[in-house]
Write a protein that binds this ligand. Structure first.
Ligand SMILES: [Zn+2]
Length: 149
């Protein structure tokens, strides 16, 4: 075991843990192969994470789409979960008044631990009104205002 004074001077490879004997004091790896191995694994885990998120969103989207096609806009959460829906994967969360609305791409809805409700599909087509470009968000706010008018 190294004592305190040794620990200050001795660096350990982030990949294999071996003592790094040569090079700058801030060197992180004992060799090129350790450095490559570490970076490859990091990249793979990032790619894996992104893939899992994309798959979860795609699965949620397919489930929402199938209910939407059937004209169902209100589903109990346990039913959705049994189909593989994961409520923690959405593409956006908006505060609308005191409520929170969620989106999974172009599906917009509310969800609690009990149910998903008011499932609607928004238009992704951006319209022009005169010279002014209307953003998707503007359309959504307009739509919301209308529904409360
Ligand atoms: Zn190493």
């Amino acid at each position: 075991m190294a004592n305190k004074t040794d620990e200050k001077e001795v660096c350990h490879c982030m990949e294999c843990g071996d003592t790094i004997r040569y090079g700058r004091a801030d060197k992180k790896f004992c060799s090129e192969s350790c450095k490559n191995r570490w970076h490859n694994r990091e990249e793979k885990s990032t790619r894996g994470y992104r893939l899992r998120v994309r798959n979860a969103l795609a699965r949620n989207y397919d489930i929402l789409a199938s209910f939407y096609r059937q004209g169902i806009d209100n589903v109990e959460m346990p039913v959705l979960k049994a189909l593989g829906y994961d409520p923690s994967f959405v593409t956006s969360i908006m505060h609308v008044g005191k409520r929170i609305e969620y989106m999974c791409y172009d599906f917009r809805f509310r969800q609690t631990s009990l149910r998903l409700s008011r499932l609607t599909k928004i238009s992704l087509v951006v319209h022009r009104s005169g010279e002014k470009n209307v953003s998707l968000l503007d359309l959504m706010i307009d739509d919301h205002d209308k529904s409360f008018a």
